[in-house]
Design a protein around this ligand. Sequence first.
Ligand SMILES: Cc1ncc(COP(=O)(O)O)c(C=O)c1O
Length: 389
Amino acid sequence: MTTFDEEINRYDTHSVKWDHTEEIYQKAGLLPMWVADMDFKAPKAVIDTIKERVEHGIFGYSMPTNNTKFAVQKWLDRRHNWSIDTEWIVFTPGVVPAISAAINTYTSQGDKILIQSPVYYPFRDMIEKNDRVVVDNPLVLDSDTYKMDVQDLETKVKDPAVKMILLCNPHNPVGRVWSYEELVTLANLCVEHDVLIVSDDIHFDLIFKGHHHTLISTISSDIQANTITCIAPSKTFNLAGLQLSTIIIPDEKKREQYEAYMGKMGLFAPNALGILAVEAAYTHGEKWLEELLIYLEENLTFLTSFIEERLPEIRVIQPEGTYLVWVDFRSLNLNHEELEKFIQNDAMLALDEGYIFGDGGKGFERINIACTRSTLEEGLKRLEQALRK
Ligand SMILES: Cc1ncc(COP(=O)(O)O)c(C=O)c1O
């Protein structure tokens, strides 16, 4: 048994996934396998550091130090082959607020912003809530792999009203880890047509064997100057509730503009425990991460075999990264409302409905496999029972 097999009761922890599922899904008894956090304890080094800080007992205003920035810098250098200057780092309370800040900093009301659906739904939300216009460059499912529609992208970036693209790499929910070549093509088009790239790489540490993640900024200095990179230890080490993300803005002018917007929002002193968590996780969390990746890979194999052997009517789109698995239910011939009812009322599961990620997600479900093997098995058995009914 690995530490990741430990069953931890998450009820009564204000957990969105466990305490709020009943209220959100308006139904009791669902097994929550939605929202992207993990049912695992964070690395011990993170817990110990926070415990010590809590014992200190004073939680006044706190600011990251050079050590915090060095921890981020070393992580990027060691694991992602990106050598950054610590001055490029801006701390934010999350990647979603960082994306919203980027939209407000670099675009104006009515400007167009590209997304590649089906995609993490807050992308569309942030664009629309900030009165910008979504332009979709839908991904194409080519047998079992999602690909970018480059021709369509080329047409759309040429529109001078398109000012920004929100890139998701690894892609949530379809699990693609974009190849170097795909990123070069996208980035060159964006640089040529002056479309700013906001690259959300929040899942970039969670890559399955045989795949390699590239930070788009590492491709060339031109691309780096045209990119805002959003990363965080929150998915990697299960720290989302501590709300601290790091945004890397190499271009000085763009960074000043961004910081001015953050100042306007009054965001200057981040979460004290979040700062510690970033330092501890990036400094001491590597071994834990390697073990986590093995467990997630085993969970993925377990889910894939279970579905192939016992639920042949549904199909797994093999993820290359993230712990979110995109599953194709289209052969059941249910419309998206019927599918939602089937998942919740018959299978008693709380999943992320595919349609919330865009029209191309209709007929799909997103399953979070960052849970114990026994929770995963329970979820799959619920699905099996519902399908056999
Ligand atoms: C692609 C992506 N970006 C951002 C987030 C959320 O980031 P944060 O909690 O830092 O706002 C998630 C969480 O699921 C995600 O999948």
